[in-house]
Design a protein around this ligand. Structure first.
Ligand code: ATP
Ligand code: MG
Length: 404
């Protein structure tokens, strides 16, 4: 066994010495068997949340109603979830109430896919009642039990199947795929936030082209916010898809392909419940990439965009143009690095300086003038020094007002 499991072994041992069972479960075991990079290790135990809390001095209740407690140990944190069944499912969503149980097999049985229903004990022995190891070898996504039943219990599992295609480049088993086609409409019942979490993993996966094809083939896209009836636009997205784009750039590409105006783009992202800050970042990437399709970056655009947006917008522009060479990203970032100022606070003058020089109270004129000074400094018309700017302003006002 290797890291990150090794550091977590003492957690399992402690639970065992208190008389409980405990195992590594879920994505970490799957990724370990695949030889992929392992993110967080999840632990499942027969101890109830209260029993877990009695064993470890530092814990945080992160999902106690679902049986999950976060244990903090030696600078690491581990999610420990009590073995559970999910009882009655209502309305195709995961249940609000769960029942805690003492049996590992039943806990594995409620999991979505056979590749995710494997446990590993502290010695590295594998417990695999649903033959998930064969599924991993065959690179196949297959539900634990009847796919139709499992999708009817929690329709989100259909989105999860597609996002695993994107992340793992597995294929979906025949029967599971048939059920996906049949039950895609049940996704209408699922909270947007849960769909978004899976969709964003899909957007970021190496195999997203294949995943998008499955979204089309199964009609799952019809039940995602803003994608209803957008088959042709998704086809267009497929023609642009390449390896280099990150999650935000992918959202921007999607907006581009959907041909939405600014207002509708905002509504689209809002419908996906994206955080406001991310919405703005995505819209900026699209705005500058579209501008870039028309002309080169101006120094002022570089200044207002900032390095992260420059990089993303230039990448998106290159993808839209079908250009494979990324040298221009470096070129524009380098131009940005050499700008005399990167933000307004770096201007050598402030609004108060100008009001004092002009002996005039603030107003829209001041904002306009500051912007004019920013332009002048960025174009090297004037050096960013207080006295120089003062002289420049004086010279300007001696000329016609129009020129300044
Ligand atoms: P990742 O590496 O992306 O985190 P993961 O398989 O760990 O993938 P999680 O969403 O972290 O995915 O879920 C952890 C585990 O919980 C899964 O491996 C699976 O066993 C189970 N699980 C998660 N969501 C569901 C669901 N909707 N229905 C059934 N089991 C689920
Ligand atoms: Mg996980």
């Amino acid at each position: 066994m290797k890291e990150p499991f090794l550091s977590a072994v003492p957690v399992i041992k402690r639970l065992e010495s208190a008389g409980y069972e405990a195992y590594f479960v879920g994505g970490s075991v799957r990724d370990y068997l695949l030889g992929n990079k392992i993110s967080d290790v999840d632990i499942a135990t027969s101890a109830t949340p209260d029993e877990v809390k009695a064993i470890f001095p530092k814990t945080v209740d992160i999902g106690i109603q679902h049986g999950t407690v976060l244990v903090l140990l030696k600078n690491n944190s581990y999610e420990i979830t009590t073995f559970r069944t999910e009882g009655e499912y209502q309305d195709f969503r995961r249940p609000k109430e769960v029942s805690f149980i003492r049996n590992l097999n039943e806990d594995l049985m409620r999991r979505d896919f056979t590749m995710n229903a494997i446990a590993m004990d502290a010695n590295g022995s594998i417990i695999d009642p649903f033959d998930g190891q064969t599924a991993i070898k065959e690179r196949v996504i297959r539900t634990v039990g009847s796919p139709e039943e499992r999708f009817r219990e929690d329709a989100l599992r259909m989105m999860r199947a597609v996002r695993f295609v994107s992340q793992l480049s597995f294929h979906i088993a025949g029967e599971t795929l048939l059920a996906l086609k049949k039950d895609a409409h049940l996704l209408d019942k699922i909270a947007v936030e849960r769909k978004r979490a899976e969709f964003e993993k899909l957007l970021s996966g190496d195999n997203r082209k294949k995943a998008f094809r499955i979204l089309l083939e199964t009609q799952v896209f019809e039940y995602l916010p803003g994608l209803k009836n957008q088959e042709l636009k998704i086809e267009k997205l497929l023609s642009y898809l390449c390896d280099s784009l990150n999650k935000k750039e992918m959202w921007a590409l999607l907006l581009y392909c959907l041909e939405l105006n600014q207002q509708d783009s905002e509504a689209f992202l809002r419908n996906w419940r994206l955080p406001v800050k991310e919405m703005k970042e995505i819209q900026d990437i699209l705005l500058y990439a579209k501008q870039r399709l028309i002309k080169d970056w101006s120094r002022y655009d570089l200044y207002t965009a900032g390095s992260e947006t420059i990089q993303s917008a230039e990448k998106l522009y290159l993808v839209l143009k079908g250009i494979n060479d990324y040298d221009s990203v470096k070129y524009w970032l380098n131009t940005y690095d050499h700008l005399p100022i990167k933000q307004r606070s770096e201007l050598a003058v402030t609004g108060s300086d100008i009001m004092a020089w002009r002996e005039q109270a603030g107003g829209p004129w001041l904002k306009e003038l500051l912007t004019r000074i920013e332009h002048a400094v960025l174009q090297d018309e004037v050096v960013n020094e207080k006295e120089k700017i003062k002289e420049w302003l004086k010279a300007c006002s001696q000329k016609s007002e129009k020129n300044c």
